[in-house]
Design a protein around this ligand. Sequence first.
Ligand code: KE4
Length: 423
Amino acid sequence: MEECSKELFARACKVIPGGVNSPVRACHNVQSSPLFIRRGQGSHLFDVDGNEYIDFVLSWGPMILGHNDPEVTAAIAQAANFGTSYGAPCQAEVDLACEVVETMPSLEMVRMVNSGTEATMSALRLARACTKRNKVLKFVGCYHGHADPFLAAAGSGLATFSIPGTPGVPACVVEDTLLAPYNDLEAVAALFTQYPEDIACVIVEPVACNMGLVLPKEGFLAGLRKLTRSYGALLIFDEVITGFRCALGGAQSRFGIDPDLTTMGKIIGGGLPVGAFGGKREYLEHIAPAGEVYQAGTLSGNPLAMAAGLATLRKLKTQDYATLERRTQDFARELESILKSKKVPVQVPTISSMFSIFFTDTPVKDFATAKTADQGLFTTFYKQMRAQGIYLAPSSFETGMLSFAHSSEDYTRTLEAAAKVHF
Ligand code: KE4
């Protein structure tokens, strides 16, 4: 007898903390329990209870081509026939590195790792080594993975659980982490004035996706570039979500900014565990064994993961990003007007193939304003949409994603479901 989601979750809770391998999947913030997924196909997920969903989470970003894309799955299967890991260089990692360097405008070199967390953790170490400075400036509500230095006030899961930092991170580790509100250039300038020679880097989500979707204000990213240049700090674009999604060349190509370092994840692995950090040669050549900054990983450059990433990026070069963006905009506009007709405060920001839903009329420009959104309304919306077969991110601090596999019928069905929600 196959176990249902509830039975699986009960068994999981006995052996896995919280029954999940990543907190946000537990759906605590929307008073729900997680669905256990049996399989994904295109824009749909199928849970173990026999239900089908239109998927707007897409594994938190990687599945921009949709689930079980034939080319990607075939590439993984073919690679698997040659073994799963060598712990030695293979052609696939060179091919993927070349593909990434060709695709992301600012990159001259790249190092593969196994997650976005590893990518940002390594990029921070590199920035500190290259500048011989210790302080890192990040933005409240931006999430850069769970490496200690970033958990001073992270977005994503931590924001959902409203934990300002987390136990287990020594105060000495986050005392070099400076915080500024997103979109607040004056606050950044003030920190540089206060610490003119101590800031190794500014790390930023060029489009913030971990406090819900918050777009950079006109001039914000260019202002960061100018300030970091003038104070000798490195600018790190955390493109773990925006890379290959905001545009094929990421947010840096969309906004025309030239960061010193870029971190990547999610799409770069086509659904398998891959992260990467890259940037100018003059910096990357400090990374061991070329240079003295130690960074390593048993499964970095894993042949199956590289094959999945390569198949994904090569296929993305043939996709029509402009049409996907237009469809996302139309969908978000329609969704916003349906929800407004229900006399609730709501805004549905969107950019490229991303959107989020804030139940507030306060213009959202940073984490403080994102937090004005009514979580109760979001929970009501989430539950009633899931009951109608629409799989949304279980938190208003996450970002909804669309894929090239989503069909016009998916959009129509989702909007019809939204029209039936009652608050
Ligand atoms: P991972 O270590 O989870 O691969 O990547 C960390 C990371 C780094 N930078 C950005 C901008 C990110 O969004 C992430 C991870 N994103 C979350 C979703 N918002 C992952 C979901 C989860 O934690 O389960």
